[in-house]
Design a protein around this ligand. Structure first.
Ligand code: ATP
Ligand code: MN
Length: 464
């Protein structure tokens, strides 16, 4: 018999119909005469209640219906008498597809998130992680739809790259060389000429540089792919492998770029509110009681826009007024998370877009302002998260870009192709990078980035 997904079953009203559901047992309770089995198949956070009259079934089979076991149930769809559920299934046949022993790691409720991480292969079966990963899927769909509806082309940039100008020091090398028998050149350096690509290669830290090639040909593109950073930062907001969305648009200046970022994030959050109601209601109840308020707030309010210099002034005034920070504040610093969160959560109580950062703390390709000191960078700062987006208007002048590259002594020998964008029909253009997992953190209210990607990669941790 054709199986019905629980998400579809719960909407049906054709009571009396014979149905088949399959899924995993969440709980089983009951009396001598009747058993109530809560079954979940992952299609929704909601369970369907299966009612089994004990006398109709083999007692040995019923014993196998433990938490975590996998069942196929045939029965009659009936209107539910219980509160909080619309339909239930009066079982006529139950098959135990997979038994589940008492060592099932997700058996006990109320385990810590750290315990869950150690059992990441099984945590997917819990309510919380089911909700998180259904929302993650929905956000991916929202992102593709937003850009498609706005005329952006999905553009795939390489994962293996030979350019190290952006990520010096924090890239993962890619090699097929035998590390026990490395060949060296005469001057003692490792000889890469016989390596797979004939040169040093790494996993990409960003698709932006290739994205600029796409934007200056197709007009508006976005990437959505994995990126890798070997930064040894053990924080709740950093992963070694994360997914990034990077739109890049020809003829956009920094203001267009900010408008895009704000509109895009609001679209994604609205999508979650419209399409993930059950999962959000669960997370709002169990994980973070202010989640729904925060999501509505972001959708309904304009983001505050101000310059880095103004932001520093506000922080200095706060310090003068007695506010303490761990890290010192003065013009020129790279803002720490505590500073970003002060501006967002305490001062403005709104998402903030900070612009025009000192050039020293931003990447070489950002467009220099007329003051010669700041660049047209824009970071979007969010409550609870800090930086969720980093972007800029790009330097389109070949001369100014080269001057910056020389000033910073950036290795550009493999980057001739990037510089060609500025030699052949250069144009103003802008773009940004959104960390997918930081968006998921915001939308789910989860506290740790390790809990919004199925199998996190962090320093000293690459299980599963
Ligand atoms: P941070 O200061 O938080 O480390 P960044 O300045 O290094 O961020 P960018 O290089 O601008 O970040 O990357 C663009 C976006 O990618 C960031 O705004 C953030 O959302 C996300 N991001 C950056 N590094 C990580 C990471 N290690 N794990 C998860 N997301 C990240
Ligand atoms: Mn970083």
């Amino acid at each position: 018999m054709q199986r019905t997904k629980i998400v579809d079953l719960l909407r049906r009203t054709d009571f009396g119909a014979t149905v088949c559901v399959k899924g995993w047992v969440r709980t089983r309770r009951g009396s001598k005469s009747v058993n109530f089995i809560a079954l979940n198949d992952g299609s929704t956070i909601l369970n369907v209640q299966v009612v089994a009259d004990v006398e109709k079934f083999d007692p040995e089979m019923l014993k196998l219906i433990t938490t975590g076991a996998c069942l196929a149930v045939e029965g009659t769809l009936v209107e539910s008498q219980g509160a909080g559920q619309s339909v239930e299934v009066q079982a006529t046949a139950i098959e135990v597809l997979g038994t589940c022993g008492s060592d099932y790691p997700m058996q006990k409720k109320g385990q810590t998130f750290e315990y869950m991480r150690q059992h990441a292969h099984m945590r997917l079966r819990t309510n919380t992680f089911g909700a998180v990963f259904r929302i993650r899927h929905n956000m991916a769909m929202a992102i593709h739809r937003y850009f498609h509806e706005h005329g952006f082309f999905y553009f795939n940039t390489p994962i293996i790259t030979a350019s190290d100008c952006e990520g010096a020091g924090q890239m993962f090398q890619v090699t097929t060389q035998n590390l026990y028998d490395l060949k060296h050149t005469e001057d003692g350096k490792i000889d890469y000429s016989n390596d797979f690509f004939g040169k040093t290669t790494s996993l990409t830290v960003s698709g932006q540089l290739e994205g600029e090639l796409g934007a200056t040909a197709l007009g508006a593109i976005y990437t959505f792919g994995p990126t890798f950073r070997a930064e040894n930062s053990n924080t709740p907001r950093h992963l070694a492998e994360f997914w990034m969305i990077e739109p890049e648009v020809a003829f956009y200046d920094i203001n267009d770029n900010m408008d895009l970022a704000e509109d895009f994030i609001k679209y994604c959050v609205r999508w979650a509110l419209d399409n993930c109601q059950d999962d959000l209601a669960f997370l709002n109840k169990m994980v973070d009681k202010t989640l729904l308020d925060r999501l509505h707030f972001v959708v309904e309010h304009d983001f505050v826009r101000l310059t880095y210099t103004e932001g520093i002034k506000i922080l200095e005034e706060a310090i003068a007024g007695g506010r303490k920070f761990e890290f010192p504040v003065h013009w020129g610093i790279d803002l720490a998370s505590e500073h970003e969160r002060y501006l967002v959560e305490e001062h403005f109580k709104k998402p903030v877009i900070l612009t025009d950062y000192p050039k020293e703390i931003k990447a070489f390709y950002m467009k220099l302002n007329e003051d010669g000191k700041t660049v047209r960078a824009m970071d979007v700062l969010f409550p609870q998260i800090g930086e969720i987006i980093g972007g800029s208007e790009r330097e389109e002048s070949y001369e100014k870009l080269m001057a910056r590259i020389e000033e910073l002594d950036i290795p550009m020998k493999d980057m001739w192709w990037y510089l060609d964008t500025r030699r052949f029909g250069t144009c103003p253009h802008s773009g940004f990078g959104l960390g997918f997992e930081r968006l998921i953190l915001f939308v789910t209210g989860m506290q740790n980035i390790r809990d919004v990607i199925p199998f996190p990669r962090t320093p000293k941790s690459a299980d599963f």
